[in-house]
Design a protein around this ligand. Structure first.
Ligand SMILES: NC(=O)CC[C@H](N)C(=O)O
Length: 632
C-alpha cells in the first residue's frame, strides 16, 4: 500500500474456563492468559497503531479487593508500552512480596492484570481524537459488580451523532463525544435497567440485597441487553464487552462488514479480528477457528457457558473486501490465495498494455502488502511466457537448431525488487500538513535492472489518494528511464468514502473522484456537480431508508478506462518522461477472487446499510461546500 490510510482496529478477547491453578500446572504460569493476550494483540498490530489497551477481570473476588484492571497507551509503540507496564507491575509485586511467587491464590488476589477474562484492543481512530481518552477499552464503573462495563470495538457507526442525541433525550449528560462512549452508554443503559428489573423480581420473591447480587449475575440475559442496545445501530462493527462479574460478549454487525473469529475448547474461549492470529497463538487448525456469523454474538457467561446467539436479523452479507485486499494479514490461508488471484486476474490487461512483450518488461511490486498479489501476477506472466515459448518452438519446428532452442528456453521472466520502503521515514508521517515533503522519500528505488526501452510493471494493492505514487514512486521509477510505467492496482477504483471503520471519509481525497471531476470539466458537463449537490441537499431531511446515493451520477458518464486514464494523467508530474498507464481491477474480478467478501461500497457506491447513503451524500455536500469535516 503506497498511500497510508488509517483503518480498522483489532479486538482480542480471552476467557479462561479453568481455575488459574490449572494453567500454572499445565503451562507453568498463572499468567498464561496475559501472555496469550500479548501475542493476540501483537499479531494484530497491523490493525491499529494509534493506541492499544488491555483490561482484565478476576472472577469471584471478595468485596474490598480490586477485580478490574485496565491499561491504555497512545505512545509510538502502544502494544509494547502497555505490556511493559503490565510486566513491570507484575515483577515489582512479586519482588516486593516473595511469598506471591509460587502462590496462585495470592497472585490472583493482589497482582493486577491477572484474571480469567481479558479484553484487548489496537486502535486506528475513525472518530474523535487520538488522545489517550479515545483509546479502548472504555470503562463504565459502578459499585455494583454486574453494572460495570468494559467495551472495545472495531467499528464505525454512520449514525453516532443520532445515537448521542438519543442519550441526551433520555436525560443523560454524556461527558464526551467519543463514539465508543456513546455505544457503551447505550449498552450500559440497558444493562442497568435489566439489573434493576431482576432485582425487583428477586426482592418480590423475598431475597435480600446481598442474596440477590449473585443471582442477578447468573440470570443476566446478555443477549437481551445487546438486542435492545443495538436496535438503532447503523454501521459496521465487532463490539466486545466484559461485564464486571465476568460475563463477556462480542457482537458482529448484521451485514458482517467487520470481521470476528472465535475458537473454543474446554480451556479457553478466544475471539479476535483475524483468523490466523488465533491459529498461531493457540496452535490450532484453520477449521477449528470459526467466523462469528453476522448479526450474532458470542456470549460467555461467568459460569463458562458459551453461546452463539442471533441478536439482529442478518442483512445481505457484505463483508468488507478491503480486509482481503489489504487490511488483514496475508498469512490467512484463504486471504493468501485470494490476493494471488487478484494479481492473476489483472494479467490479461497488463499483457495488453505491454503488447505481450514479456521479455522487455520488468515486473515488480510496492512493498509489503502487494507482494502476494505480485506472486499471482507473476504466475500468470509465467504461464504467458510458457505459451510464447511453446508457440515459438512450434512455429520454428522445421528449422529449429539446438542453439535456437536453448535461446528460446533461456527466456526468463524479469521480476525485480524495484521499490524499497524506507520504514524509518514512514513513522514520522502522521500529520497531513507535513506529509508531502517526507512522502517523496518514503520509497527508494533499485538502480541498474531496468533498461531504457523496458516496460516497468508495478503492482500495488490499492490506490486511494495516489499521493505517494505521484510524489515519490512514479518519479523515482522514471529515473530508471523505462519506456513505459504500468501501475497496477489489485483493488478497483476507490470512488466513494467508507463509513464502517476505514478512515477515508473525504471525497476529494480520492484520486478517482478528482479524476471524475476533471473529466466532467473536460467534456463541459461540470454542471452535474451542481445538480448532484441539489439532489443531496433535498435528501437531508429524509429518513435514512429513503436516501439514495446520487454521487454515482458523477461517474456515470464515463467508462472505467476513461477514469483510469485520467488518473494516470493526475499521477504524473510534468517532468515524468515515461508513458504512464494505470490499470485497475474490475469489480467483477474482485468478487471472483474474494467470493466471501462482497462488500464493495467504496468501489460501487452500494452501501450495505441505510446510513451509508446518508454519509456519501454528506461527504459530497462537504466537498461542495468546501468543508473538510468527516461525513459521519
Ligand atoms: N477503526 C476502528 O474500528 C475505530 C473504532 C472507533 N470508531 C474509534 O475511532 O475509536
Amino acid at each position: 500500500m503506497s498511500d497510508a490510510i488509517k483503518h480498522e482496529c483489532g479486538i482480542a478477547h480471552i476467557r479462561l474456563l479453568k481455575p488459574l491453578d490449572y494453567y500454572k500446572e499445565k503451562y507453568g504460569t498463572a499468567f498464561y492468559g496475559v501472555n496469550k493476550m500479548y501475542l493476540l494483540m501483537e499479531k494484530q498490530h497491523n490493525r491499529g497503531q494509534d493506541g492499544a489497551g488491555f483490561a482484565s477481570i478476576k472472577l469471584n473476588t471478595i468485596p474490598g479487593e480490586r477485580y478490574i484492571s485496565r491499561v491504555r497507551s497512545n505512545q509510538a509503540q502502544p502494544i509494547q508500552d502497555i505490556f511493559e507496564q503490565i510486566n513491570q507491575r507484575i515483577n515489582d509485586e512479586i519482588k516486593a512480596n516473595p511469598e506471591y511467587a509460587d502462590n496462585t491464590d495470592l497472585q490472583k488476589r493482589y497482582i493486577p492484570y491477572l484474571g480469567e477474562v481479558f479484553l484487548g484492543h489496537v486502535r486506528y481512530g475513525t472518530f474523535g481524537k487520538n488522545s489517550i481518552e479515545s483509546v479502548h477499552p472504555f470503562l463504565r464503573q459502578n459499585n455494583w459488580m454486574h453494572r460495570n462495563l468494559i467495551v472495545a470495538g472495531n467499528f464505525n457507526m454512520t449514525n453516532v451523532n443520532k445515537l448521542f442525541n438519543n442519550l441526551v433525550e433520555l436525560g443523560q449528560h454524556p461527558k464526551e463525544r467519543a463514539d465508543t462512549v456513546t455505544v457503551m452508554e447505550k449498552i450500559g443503559h440497558f444493562l442497568d435497567s435489566e439489573v434493576r428489573k431482576l432485582y425487583k423480581k428477586l426482592k418480590n420473591e423475598g431475597y435480600s440485597k446481598v442474596e440477590a447480587s449473585p443471582i442477578i449475575a447468573e440470570k443476566l440475559n446478555v443477549a437481551k441487553i445487546l438486542k435492545k442496545s443495538s436496535k438503532n445501530w447503523d454501521g459496521g462493527y465487532a463490539m466486545a464487552g466484559l461485564i464486571g462479574h465476568g460475563d463477556s460478549f462480542v457482537l458482529r454487525d448484521p451485514a458482517g462488514i467487520r470481521p470476528a473469529y472465535y475458537y473454543k475448547d474446554d480451556e479457553v474461549v478466544v475471539v479476535a479480528s483475524e483468523r490466523p492470529v488465533i491459529q498461531t497463538v493457540f496452535n490450532v487448525d484453520f477449521n477449528d477457528v470459526h467466523e462469528l456469523p453476522p448479526g450474532n454474538a458470542i456470549i460467555t457467561k461467568k459460569n463458562g457457558e458459551v453461546s452463539i446467539t442471533e441478536i439482529i436479523e442478518p442483512l445481505e452479507r457484505k463483508a468488507c473486501s478491503f480486509e482481503r485486499i489489504y487490511f488483514s494479514r496475508g498469512s490467512d490461508a484463504e486471504i493468501y490465495q485470494e490476493r494471488k488471484m487478484l494479481g492473476r486476474l489483472l494479467m490479461p490487461d497488463v499483457l495488453k498494455s505491454i503488447e505481450h512483450d514479456t521479455l522487455k518488461t520488468v515486473f515488480s511490486f510496492i512493498p509489503n502488502t502487494a507482494e502476494t498479489s505480485f506472486y499471482g501476477m507473476v504466475e500468470a506472466a509465467q504461464d504467458e511466457l510458457n505459451k510464447q515459448k511453446n508457440e515459438a518452438i512450434l512455429d520454428e519446428k522445421e528449422t529449429l537448431t539446438d542453439a535456437r532452442l536453448q535461446e528460446i528456453l533461456s527466456h526468463r521472466l524479469r521480476t525485480e525488487k524495484i521499490a524499497i520502503k524506507d520504514v524509518k521515514l514512514r513513522t514520522f508521517i502522521t500529520e497531513d500538513s507535513s506529509r508531502d515533503d517526507l512522502v517523496a522519500h518514503v520509497y527508494d528505488v533499485t538502480y541498474g535492472v531496468v533498461k531504457p526501452d523496458d516496460n516497468l510493471v508495478i503492482i500495488d494493492d490499492s490506490i486511494v489518494r495516489g499521493t505517494t505514487l505521484k510524489k515519490s514512486i512514479i518519479k523515482m521509477m522514471d529515473r530508471l528511464k523505462p519506456k513505459k510505467i504500468v501501475v497496477v492496482s489489485s483493488a478497483p477504483q476507490i470512488r466513494y468514502p467508507d463509513c464502517y471503520g476505514i478512515d477515508m471519509a473525504r471525497l476529494e481525497d480520492l484520486v478517482a473522484f478528482r479524476a471524475a471531476l476533471d473529466l466532467l470539466r473536460d467534456c463541459g458537463k461540470y454542471d452535474i456537480i451542481e445538480k448532484v449537490y441539489k439532489k443531496c441537499r433535498d435528501q437531508v431531511d429524509l429518513r435514512d431508508s429513503e436516501v439514495q446515493n446520487f454521487v454515482k451520477e458523477i461517474y456515470e458518464p464515463f467508462t472505467n478506462e476513461q477514469i483510469s486514464d485520467k488518473i494516470s494523467e493526475l499521477l504524473c508530474d510534468k517532468d515524468v518522461k515515461a508513458e504512464v498507464k494505470v490499470i485497475y481491477q474490475t469489480v467483477d474480478n474482485l468478487h471472483k477472487a474474494c467470493p466471501k467478501n462482497l462488500g464493495d461500497w467504496y468501489f460501487t457506491g452500494d452501501y450495505p446499510t441505510a446510513g451509508g447513503n446518508r454519509v456519501v451524500n454528506r461527504a459530497f455536500m462537504n466537498f461542495y461546500e468546501g468543508k473538510t469535516d468527516r461525513a459521519y
